[in-house]
Ligand binder design. Structure first.
Ligand code: ADP
Ligand code: ASP
Ligand code: MG
Length: 404
């Protein structure tokens, strides 16, 4: 008998038939004698709809109220999943994030988990009940509902697996594992059988939304081994753990694309020490994460600073920067539109030369213009037009022979 934590994403619980499919899958594990804790997401599209509805009323909704609203999506699915299990004769109870003792800080819409008490989960398991926990949500120490950032149900599952010392953590989704690129964009993408936290973290941070980046970071810190697999078939998925020796000779492990970036330019800023610090300090205080950054050569004592932020933060960034510009006389803010960030990722890059050359040659051969560049030891990313994203991902995937 094992204790298994399973997470089912939005598509897997997208309608009542799919919820019943999930319930049957869970029943299979219960019948085999396992204890099961299940984390579910909101039905696919529900969180997006709730955000859109909020924004029609207020373009910058209060974040506490936003969390109150967004938590609704997962609350629907926990109850429906418990009902589906009950109809199959499996005893099950639903728990909100607060009831499951998922305690977070007060950073609404992007809260960090500070503690997991588990509430009465252990007691329920001892009574042979399946416990269905609402993903994505927690509670701060004063009782306010919080959420853990988009894709946060992954984090709920990994954190519960760590806290409950589960024997197995399974992340069920709508693809059969983690691939060398999004299989919906690159038809020749290959499933990776094992990969390291480090590599997946870089891919997730670069926009492969198959796992939330923060959840991978948490898994790495607490050494939670997990498997990403499909809820629609029984194929083996991708095992993620600290070492994945099979990948060591591989230079590039995958190509990622993030279509959720907006390019912001602050122009005519005084070219003197402390200006960039002032700009990024104010953005940081507003909770805005800045991604790719370039500063051009100054002319006449003035410079331009270009960077990207998440599309969701664009209007907030504009407001913050308008204020900063008032103190930096003569400077202007310009939101220059949405771009795609395309990255190649691989720990093998550390010890191989020529990766950058091949990367840029491939984009050039496909007539793709680069707007922003950023690199780390194990990745190269560029900001390009959204229209070029699919072409770039496919071209890089074959140039690096990821389909072989
Ligand atoms: P869930 O609702 O189960 O959390 P998500 O939509 O968040 O699922 O993540 C799964 C999706 O991630 C897939 O449908 C796929 O389109 C996308 N994806 C992006 N990059 C990859 C990749 N490298 N491997 C697998 N899936 C990927
Ligand atoms: N429902 C939330 C979202 O769409 C959390 C999740 O699905 O993991 O971001
Ligand atoms: Mg997800």
């Amino acid at each position: 008998m094992s204790l298994i934590v399973q997470k089912y994403g939005g598509t897997s619980v997208g309608d009542t038939d799919r919820i019943m499919n999930v319930a049957r899958r869970i029943k299979g594990f219960v019948d085999d004698g396992h204890k099961v804790v299940v984390v579910v997401s909101a039905r696919s599209g529900v969180t997006n709809d709730l955000i859109a509805r909020a924004k029609t009323l207020n373009p910058e909704p209060d974040e506490r109220e936003m969390d109150m609203l967004l938590a609704v999506g997962e609350q629907e699915t926990i109850a429906l999943t418990a009902m589906a299990l009950d109809s199959l004769g499996v005893r099950a109870v639903s728990r909100t994030g607060a009831q499951a003792g998922i305690i977070t800080d007060e950073a609404h819409t992007r809260a960090r988990i500070t503690e997991i008490t588990g509430g009465d989960i252990k007691k329920c398991l001892d009574e042979n009940k399946v416990v269905i926990v609402a993903g994505f949500q927690g509670v701060d120490k004063t009782g306010n509902v919080t959420t853990l950032g988009r894709g946060g149900s992954d984090l709920s599952a990994i954190a519960l697996a760590a806290a409950l010392k589960a024997d197995l953590c399974q992340i069920y989704t709508d693809v059969s594992g983690i691939y060398t690129a999004d299989p919906r964009i690159v038809t020749s993408a290959r499933k990776i059988s094992e990969m390291s936290y480090e590599e997946l973290l870089e891919m997730a941070s670069m926009g492969s939304k198959v796992m939330q980046a923060r959840s991978v970071e948490f898994a790495q810190k607490h050494n939670v081994v997990f498997e990403v697999k499909s809820s629609f078939n029984n194929e083996p998925g991708t095992i993620v753990k600290s070492e994945a020796p099979s990948l060591e000779d591989v230079v590039i492990s995958g190509v990622a694309v993030d279509r959720n970036q907006t390019k912001v330019t602050v122009s005519e800023i005084p070219d003197k020490p402390g200006t960039a610090a002032e700009i990024f300090q104010k953005l940081g205080e507003a909770g805005i994460v800045v991604d790719m950054i370039v500063q051009n050569i100054s002319r006449g004592g003035k410079a331009n600073l270009t960077f990207t932020v998440s599309k969701d933060d664009a209007s907030k960034a504009e407001r913050v920067l308008d204020n900063v510009c008032k103190t930096l006389r003569g400077s202007n803010v310009c939101i220059t539109g949405d771009i795609a960030k395309v990255s190649v990722v691989g720990t093998g890059m550390r010890s191989h030369s020529g990766v950058a050359a091949k990367f840029f040659r491939t984009l050039a051969a496909n007539n793709i213009n680069i707007q922003v560049i950023t690199t780390s030891e194990i990745k190269i990313s560029v900001g390009i037009s959204l229209d070029d994203a699919e072409k770039a991902v496919n071209a890089l995937h074959s140039a690096f022979e990821l389909d072989k």
